[in-house]
Structure formats: structure tokens, C-alpha cells
Design a protein around this ligand. Structure first.
Ligand code: FAD
Length: 383
């Protein structure tokens, strides 16, 4: 077993870290306060080779391994969940999904644009009545001449308001559940597709774009289908496998950032004539946080490594996502406490981490759903 990063992996980590520290961190708080998606960073990430990630160079990617890509997510996750979340959707749920399921024509049309950051991608699965139970989705795809007409509504779509391309999941027959679902590549703007921001002020990810997409007789050509008719559910689930690795690695970044912030604070803040880091109760928090960060990171590395070996890693990816998001939520809660009143203000980033981390426990399958995936793999299904 070799725990050392290769020189190539260290180079990617360093490139992502520099971008995160020099270009994302300085604007993260202001973007969060303004609720503004930092769109100008997208082509910049493309130029740095971060958007293409594991895509092959012939499609505009950097051909990096999944382990390297997990390092990119971790570095971005350390400074901002909105930008890291953008990447997990754009690259993990959209670009890698097109690479896995697209025709050669679809790959050549979309992947280089996505890798350069000229186009933004979004993934539209969730509906008002279909969240965890995605197979119950009600958006319909009705055959019409040489294409399909989409009718229905999607909610909570990350990048939805700014995307140039949406992977949209719709059913030819709602009673067939997962067997009726098809995936479509829908370019925007397109007649019959209306987009609006999600209502309400969100707890976290305030610099992310979350939209409601409404399809009113939205016509798409048959060539827009991604995968075969009825394969849409498999397309959706395989994309989530990619995305969840990004969420898990991003959660490691959040937990690691909280640990670093707490260590720095505990070394300098003094009460009762001593550094608070000299109090055993504070030390216990720090030690638990350090153990959690290491364990979560190793689970992420294992899932990424298995992917790099071409091994199936759905269960290991779910384990990594479940564990990393849960420990990061605990770390963020403890970090606010350790910072005392300062942690309660956005003067310190731990306040933003505390709000953002809740989203990582919910999207791309809640912690409950990750437990279901893991347990089903353990005990199987009867009948
Ligand atoms: C910030 C953010 C970004 C998002 N981005 C996207 C996106 O880009 N694209 C997209 O399609 N969706 C996106 N979503 C939607 C997200 O995937 C869903 O919110 C999530 O899957 C949960 O669905 P739901 O909100 O309908 O909750 P529900 O499914 O209604 O769940 C409610 C509660 O019941 C629990 N529950 C449900 N079923 C079970 C069960 N069988 N056993 C035990 N507990 C269960 C859940 O875990 C949860 O605690 C995003 C959501 C957020 C918050």
C-alpha cells in the first residue's frame, strides 16, 4: 500500500490549492453575502485544466486520474462550497456522464466546450414530488415526430439559471418507474424551457445558482437523448457516483479547513491566563477532528483509487460521502463553538462552513439514502 501522492498528483493539488487560495478565498465571503455566483471563475478554471478533470485530452480534458480530481475538490472545498459544488455538478454530473454515455457526436459537441468553461452544465433530476425517490419523477417525454416533447418541473437545480446545457431526466411512462426514464441533453435557451431562481433565502451555498426549470411543451430532437430509451435511470445513478466523490472530497476540505482554523485559533486565543488550546476539552475536540479528517480523507482516496483501477466503487463512494459529510458537519459545529462569539459571525469562515455543510449531507442523496445504498449492498434485496 502506498500512501504517497505521485509527483503528477502533487502538481495538480498545488495548482488547485493556489487557485483556491489566490482567486476563490479572497472573494468567497463577498459572494456569499451578495448571493452571487462568481461566473468569471469558470473560464479561469477551464484554463487551469480543472474543469476537464479526468476527461481525455482529445475531448479537452487533462486526463488526470480520479485521485487527482479528488484533490482538486478537496482544495476547493477548503475555501468555498459554492465553487466546489459548481465543479461537482459541471464536471462530475454532466461532463463525465456525457463521456460515459454520449455518442461520439455528443462528446465532440459538448465536452471541449464544458472543459474550457465556455459552456456551463447542469443536471436536472429532482422534482417537487420526486427527491430521494427519483424513480417517481413525473416530467414526461412524449414522442413527437422525430423528437420528444418535455413537460414538467425540476427544482433545486445547481447551475440551472446559468447553464448552457442541461441533462434532463423525463419519463415515457410514469407507471414504469425507473424503466420508463430517459435522459436528454437540452441546450439553453430553448423554446418551452423557463428558468427562475429558487424562492427563499438559502441556509448555505449562497454563491451557488439554484434554479427551478419549467418545461412547457419543450421540443427536443431524438438525437438529444443521452443513452438508450429507458436507460435514463442508469444514466442518472452513474452520474451520481461521479458527483458523490466530489461531494465527499469537498467535505474533507470543509473538515480540514475547520481543523486548521481551530488549531490556529486555539494557539492564539487566551482565557484564564492560558491558550485555549491548553485546555483538555478543547484538545479533545481538536484530536477527534484530526482523526475524523484523516479517516474521511482515506475513504475518499480509496474510492478514487478503486475508480482509477477500473473497479466498481458505488458502495465505497457512498461510504466516503456518508462519513465525510457527517464528520465535516460535526467539525463545523465544533469549530463555531471553539471560536466562541467570533465563530458566530461571518468575520471568520467557520460560520460559512457551518451553513454550507448541511447541503453536502442532503444533495446527491441524503445521508439516509447513502445508508440505504450501503446496507442494500451488504444484505442484498429479497426476491
Ligand atoms: C444545495 C442543493 C443543491 C442541489 N442541487 C441539485 C441538482 O443540481 N440537481 C438535482 O437534480 N437536485 C439537486 N438538489 C436536490 C437534492 O438532490 C434533493 O434535495 C435530495 O435528493 C433530497 O430530496 P428532497 O429534498 O425531495 O427530500 P425528500 O426525498 O423528501 O426527503 C426528506 C427526508 O426523508 C428522508 N428519506 C427519504 N426517503 C427515505 C427512506 N427511504 N428512508 C429513510 N429516509 C428517507 C430523507 O433522507 C430526508 O431526510 C439539490 C439540493 C440542495 C439542497
Amino acid at each position: 500500500m502506498n500512501f504517497a501522492l505521485t509527483p503528477a498528483q502533487r502538481e495538480v493539488q498545488e495548482r488547485a490549492r493556489r487557485f483556491a487560495i489566490e482567486e476563490v478565498a479572497p472573494i468567497a465571503r463577498a459572494m456569499d453575502e451578495r448571493g452571487e455566483f462568481p461566473r468569471h471563475l469558470v473560464p479561469r478554471m477551464g484554463a487551469l485544466g480543472l474543469l476537464g478533470g479526468p476527461l481525455a485530452p482529445e475531448y479537452g480534458g487533462s486526463g488526470m486520474d480520479y485521485q487527482s480530481f479528488a484533490l482538486v475538490y478537496e482544495e476547493l472545498g477548503r475555501v468555498d462550497a459554492s465553487v466546489r459544488g459548481f465543479l461537482a455538478v459541471h464536471a462530475g454530473l454532466v461532463a463525465l456522464c456525457i463521456r460515459d454515455w454520449g455518442t461520439e457526436e455528443q462528446k465532440r459537441r459538448y465536452l471541449p466546450r464544458l472543459a474550457r468553461g465556455e459552456w456551463i452544465g447542469c443536471y436536472a433530476l429532482t422534482e417537487p414530488g420526486a427527491g430521494s425517490d427519483a424513480a417517481s419523477l413525473e416530467t414526461t417525454a412524449t414522442p413527437d415526430g422525430d423528437g420528444y416533447v418535455l413537460r414538467g418541473e425540476k427544482i433545486w437545480i445547481t447551475n440551472g439559471g446559468v447553464a448552457d446545457l442541461a441533462i434532463v431526466f423525463a419519463t415515457r411512462d410514469p407507471s414504469a418507474r425507473h424503466r420508463g426514464i430517459c435522459a436528454f441533453l437540452v441546450e439553453t435557451p430553448t423554446p418551452g424551457l423557463r428558468r427562475e431562481p429558487m424562492p427563499g433565502r438559502e441556509l448555505g451555498h449562497r454563491a451557488a445558482d439554484h434554479a427551478r426549470l419549467v418545461f412547457e411543451d419543450c421540443r427536443v430532437p431524438a438525437a438529444a437523448m443521452l443513452g438508450a430509451p429507458g436507460q435514463g435511470f442508469a444514466v442518472a445513478m452513474s452520474a451520481l457516483d461521479h458527483g458523490r466523490l466530489g461531494v465527499a472530497a469537498g467535505a474533507v476540505g470543509v473538515a480540514a479547513a475547520c481543523l486548521d482554523a481551530c488549531v490556529a485559533f486555539a494557539r492564539t486565543r487566551r482565557q484564564f491566563g492560558r491558550r485555549i488550546g491548553d485546555f483538555q476539552m478543547i484538545q479533545a475536540h481538536l484530536a477527534d477532528m484530526a482523526a475524523d479528517v484523516d479517516a474521511a480523507r482515506l475513504l475518499v482516496y480509496r474510492a478514487a483509487w478503486m475508480r482509477d483501477q477500473g473497479m466498481p466503487a458505488t458502495r465505497e463512494t457512498s461510504i466516503a460521502k456518508l462519513f465525510a459529510t457527517e464528520v465535516a458537519a460535526r467539525a463545523a459545529g465544533d469549530a463555531v463553538l471553539i471560536h466562541g462569539g467570533r465563530g458566530y459571525s461571518n468575520e471568520y469562515p467557520v460560520e460559512r462552513h457551518y451553513r454550507d455543510i448541511k447541503g453536502l449531507q442532503i444533495y446527491e442523496g441524503t445521508s439516509h439514502i447513502q445508508r440505504i445504498i450501503i446496507a442494500r449492498d451488504l444484505v442484498g434485496r429479497e426476491g
